[in-house]
Ligand binder design. Structure first.
Ligand SMILES: Cc1ncc(COP(=O)(O)O)c(C=O)c1O
Length: 470
């Protein structure tokens, strides 16, 4: 008698049947449900997603900034296919060339950028790489407490949740004894101290520095000259927080305080790295040298996932951080390393600093113009490279309008906007402290003409969703 399992692989189902199956069999805990019901997509190419009817949706978020070179990029697909035929799987105790070459490429690049020796360590997802960085911090300092920013996001494993500001991500999961101490981010449009960027003289950094003035502020032991805190985790530009860009001079001033107190700077580049913000690492925009850099997402353009970190030699050399300090079956998987190497080759062949900066500047001029024409809808626009923000506000141009943001997001997903006669949808991502910011991470390949179309589509959303404010 056959022992084969039946009813295991269903025949192709209709969208309605799939919804029913999803309701019954899929955990909702591993995702977010912004739309009810969530949207199915069937195909992706370039910067378009296609639904089951074949309607294109222009994507301005590119898988939360992972697929910067476009979906189904032929060159990266080829790299993946070649590796599938050559060395698709390998237990990570053995070496393969692509892993070593990739680590060397990032190590050499950072040596040239920051003048420091270091090593590269791999894992699979962003949060896992954050976990690994926490081990490096703990191992090298002997301390487990860290600073992180309010509005920061570092992932949803237990360790990453402990240094992510939202209590919402921790509430159900018990006590987090190593929860970070959260410090206000310099979000100048909504300055947490009610100051103005032009006149504040970085009041926020002074406030942070004051924590160390006396032992009674709880961070510093003047007798031993030691802080209880080991590191400061920072996104150079807050991503989930709403693509918030810190003011000039902020990071150097903060780093001075950290250096005085012997506190490491851990730079989370998971969303902003690899030219999203106009430089290979976003932190390069801000004139500081981090001790550890954590990366993921766009390293493989969102193909076979790979994440990792670079750390200064003193923190990560095998003498201090020995074999087995972390391990994951799929870390440094050969499909991921092969694609990542090809991504780096692509970044070497063209001037992506110039490409992302000039396209981003072109996009931002148009967004500012849109803000000028719709001041009762858009309160703030900003951007650096191809990381752009549009903050949706109420009629006063300041109070966050989450409800309108949601309506505009949902309207884009209906797939019935008009792109110069073509029926189309618009895929946006919503972020921000008040969930009222469209965080745009467009594909690097978008032409100026396509950027014009994107802005036209966005304007259609405003006109449809807020007709009384135009
Ligand atoms: C800045 C930052 N850090 C960490 C993460 C977590 O990465 P992952 O979702 O791959 O675990 C993200 C994901 O969006 C992120 O944007």
């Amino acid at each position: 008698m056959s022992t084969a399992i039946t009813g295991f692989t269903p025949a192709v189902a209709s969208e309605q049947e799939l919804f029913q199956l999803e309701r019954k069999y899929c955990s909702w805990g591993d995702t977010v449900h912004y739309l009810e019901p969530p949207k199915f997509f069937e195909r992706a190419e370039g910067h378009y997603l296609y639904d089951r009817e074949g309607t294109p949706y222009l994507d301005l978020q590119m898988w939360y900034s992972a697929a910067s070179f476009g979906y189904g990029n032929w060159r990266l697909n080829e790299a993946l296919k070649n590796q599938v035929d050559k060395l698709p799987q390998l237990a990570c105790q053995y070496l393969h060339a692509e892993k070593v070459e990739l680590a060397a490429a990032i190590g050499r690049l950072n040596a040239s950028k920051f003048g420091m020796k270091g090593r590269v360590h791999f894992n699979v997802g962003g949060a896992q790489a954050i976990e690994d960085s926490l081990k490096i911090v703990r191992n090298s300092t002997g301390k487990s407490l860290v600073f992180a920013f309010m509005g920061g996001y570092h992932g949803r494993t237990l360790g990453a949740s402990a240094i992510t500001s939202s209590y919402r991500y921790r509430r159900r999961f018990g006590h987090f004894s190593d929860r970070a101490h959260f410090v206000p981010f310099p979000y100048c449009f909504r300055c947490p101290y009610g100051k103005e960027r032009e006149t504040c003289e970085l009041y926020c950094v002074d406030q942070f520095a004051k924590n160390f003035e006396t032992e009674y502020n709880s961070f510093w032991d003047p007798k031993t000259g030691e802080s209880e805190f080991a590191a400061f985790y920072a996104e150079p530009i807050q991503a989930t927080g709403g693509y918030v860009i810190p003011p000039v001079g902020y990071f150097p001033a903060l780093k001075k305080v950290l250096d005085e107190r012997n506190i490491l700077l851990v730079d989370d580049e998971i969303q902003m790295g690899f030219y999203r913000a106009g430089k290979f690492w976003a932190i390069e925009n801000f004139d500081v040298e981090p001790d550890i850099i954590v990366f993921g997402k766009a390293l493989t353009n969102g193909l076979n996932p790979l994440s990792g970190l670079w750390a200064r030699e003193e923190l990560i050399s095998p003498e201090v951080f020995p074999p087995g300090s972390t391990h994951s079956t799929f870390s440094a998987n050969p499909l991921g390393t092969a694609v990542a190497l090809e991504v780096l080759r692509m970044m070497e062949e063209e001037d992506y600093e110039e490409i992302t900066r000039s396209k981003g500047a072109y996009f931002l001029v148009q967004l500012r113009e849109l803000q000028h024409r719709y001041p009762k809808v858009i309160g703030d626009t900003d951007g650096i490279g191809l990381a752009l923000r549009i903050e949706i506000c109420q009629e006063d141009g300041y109070a966050p309008d989450r409800e309108l943001t949601n309506r505009m997001f949902a309207e884009g997903m209906k797939g019935d906007l008009n792109a110069r006669g073509r029926k189309i949808g618009l895929v946006l991502d919503v972020g921000g402290y008040y969930k009222n910011v469209f965080t745009l991470a467009p594909c690097f390949d978008m032409t100026e003409d396509e950027i014009d179309v994107a802005v036209e589509l966005f304007e259609q959303l405003i006109r449809r969703c807020a007709p009384e404010r135009i």
